[in-house]
Design a protein around this ligand. Structure first.
Ligand code: NAD
Length: 484
């Protein structure tokens, strides 16, 4: 059966790329399965999308905000009616297990409803004047055209958590998803279009970051750029946006720690770390990749973790009973296996996993077994660099001070977790850890849509995403002085 061809969405029309070229979106669990052919857009396609957005933006902004909210609510309902099909497509294009994919589609639906509700709450303030008979108030205004550039690891949640707040504020959007997994973002765009978003207010262009993405970053008509992805790409975008003084929001990598203190419930801590390090194949920016364990329970915890992880079933996420899917592509798999080797050469011990799986059901996918490295020291590359795969590095710590110091000795600061039954230790950690999100007795990954999301240090630049604060990035305040 030949693969379906998916088009770009520009000015309310599904169109082929000016280049006339397409590229395949391939199932990482079975590379014989082509999920679809997508448009290899270029600079001209991005320009057309930006022009269409510029034309449509005043019309979309003229729709009263609560009405824009109703449209987002309607899109949520449309997506909900297709949730299972979209989740299956997600497993096929990204590799995460079907339950994980269903959870992510549910999150996108929640995000559309949540930001739909924000349409009735885009409030300003009334502020007392120091002069008589002067009334001062503020209103939130849209920015205009905003560019959204997203990675492959949350193929619908990240596009939705940028698009929904951008649209509710009255902006027009140009969205460029990752070429590695673009189908679910397209499904979100379809739902928004069918729900009645003004033609041209949402545009979708696939193609290389160096062409489509770069045009969005450098085009003066794009007032703000929200990006999630790697540090390297983010740095280049930051420079370009600074040159033309465009507003920018960059969500980058993590090297998130889970600290396990001596008093922790070991069985609970093992579940927390297994979830945080290996679910979604470790391909979550908030995944735990450093497990910092107080020395008195180091052996007990490590043995229990190894026994638990050994039971994990790796395979095609569409099948029942699979705990972990494949890496998303060959390059990601090479990175994972490469870091396992680097760790061993640095003196770490491979206690479990880190092997490529190539037989039987694994023959056509990018599978490897979840890896646990022990005897890791804080300055090893496996303890400092983001791997973005199923590799957990275990580091011993003398006490909580040592654990916090190891945890903070890193350029990243996205999420962090601690397992303890000591309330004082928990609050010490909450106060001292350098991270944008802190979890106590919960996995470092697995965040909720209605609360602020983002990191500190090298993990994030700009305003927070998700939760009510997300609208701040996509709007600006106009202050009005009125004498009567
Ligand atoms: P990536 O940087 O390779 O790509 C991200 C997006 O940027 C893609 O759409 C890509 O096409 C585009 N791009 C590439 N070059 C570009 C350029 N020169 N100009 C404009 N756009 C360009 O990242 P990835 O491999 O897709 O995603 C994995 C990374 O994402 C990891 O580092 C992970 O930590 C990070 N991530 C962070 C968060 C967060 O919220 N902090 C969430 C998920 C993923």
């Amino acid at each position: 059966m030949s693969a379906e061809i998916f088009k770009n969405f520009i000015g309310g029309e599904w169109v082929a790329a000016v280049t006339g070229e397409t590229f395949p979106n391939v199932n990482p669990a079975d590379t014989r399965d082509v999920v679809g052919l997508f448009q290899r857009g270029g600079v001209e396609d991005a320009r057309r999308a930006i022009d269409a957005a510029r034309e449509a933006q005043p019309k979309w902004a003229a729709v009263p905000a609560p009405k824009r909210g109703e449209i987002l609510h309607k899109a949520a309902g449309i997506l909900e009616s297709r949730a299972d099909a979209v989740a299956r497509e997600m497993t096929r294009e990204e590799g995460k297990t079907l339950p994980e994919a269903r959870g992510e589609v549910g999150r996108a639906i929640n995000l559309l409803r949540y930001f739909g509700g924000e349409g009735s709450r885009l409030c300003g303030e009334a502020i007392p004047s120091e002069r008589p008979r002067v009334f001062i108030h503020t209103v939130k205004k849209p920015l205009g055209v905003v560019g959204l550039i997203t990675p492959w690891n949350f193929p619908i949640a990240i596009p939705t958590w940028k698009t929904a707040p951008a649209l509710i504020c009255g902006n027009a959007v140009v969205l460029k998803p990752s070429d590695v997994a673009p189908l679910c973002a397209l499904r979100m765009v379809q739902a928004l279009d069918e729900a009645g978003v003004t033609k041209g207010a949402i545009n979708f262009v696939t193609g290389p970051g160096s062409k489509v993405g770069n045009e969005m970053v450098t085009n003066p008509a794009v007032r703000a750029l929200s990006f999630t992805g790697s540090e390297t790409t983010a740095s280049a975008i930051a420079v370009e946006c600074a040159k033309r003084r465009a507003r920018v929001q960059l969500e980058m990598g993590g090297k998130n720690p889970t600290v396990v203190l001596e008093d922790a419930d070991v069985a609970d801590a093992v579940e927390v770390v297994t979830n945080a390090a290996f679910f979604s194949t470790g391909q979550r920016c908030t995944a735990t990749s450093r497990v910092i364990v107080e020395e008195p329970i180091l052996d007990k915890f490590t043995d229990a973790l190894v026994a638990r992880v050994r039971k994990m079933k790796v395979g095609n996420g569409l099948e029942l009973g699979i705990d972990m899917g494949p890496s998303v592509d060959q390059s990601q798999l090479d990175t994972v296996l490469g870091y396992v080797d680097i760790g061993r050469k640095e003196g770490a011990k491979l206690r479990l996993g880190g092997e490529r799986l190539t037989d039987g059901a694994h023959a056509h996918g990018y599978f490897s077994t979840p890896a646990v490295l022990t005897d890791v020291t804080p300055n090893m590359r496996v303890a400092q660099e983001e791997i973005f795969g199923p590799v957990a590095a275990i580091l011993p710590a003398k006490n909580i001070d040592d654990a916090v110091s190891i945890a903070n000795n890193i350029k990243f600061g996205l999420s962090a977790s601690i397992c303890t039954r000591d309330i004082t230790a928990a609050f010490e950690f909450i106060n001292r850890i350098e991270a944008g999100m802190v979890m106590v007795n919960l996995p470092s990954a697995g965040v909720e849509y209605q609360v602020p999301f983002g990191g500190t240090k090298g993990s994030s630049i700009g305003m927070r995403e998700q939760g009510a604060v997300a609208v701040d990035f996509y709007s600006e305040i106009k202050t009005v002085y009125l004498k009567y």
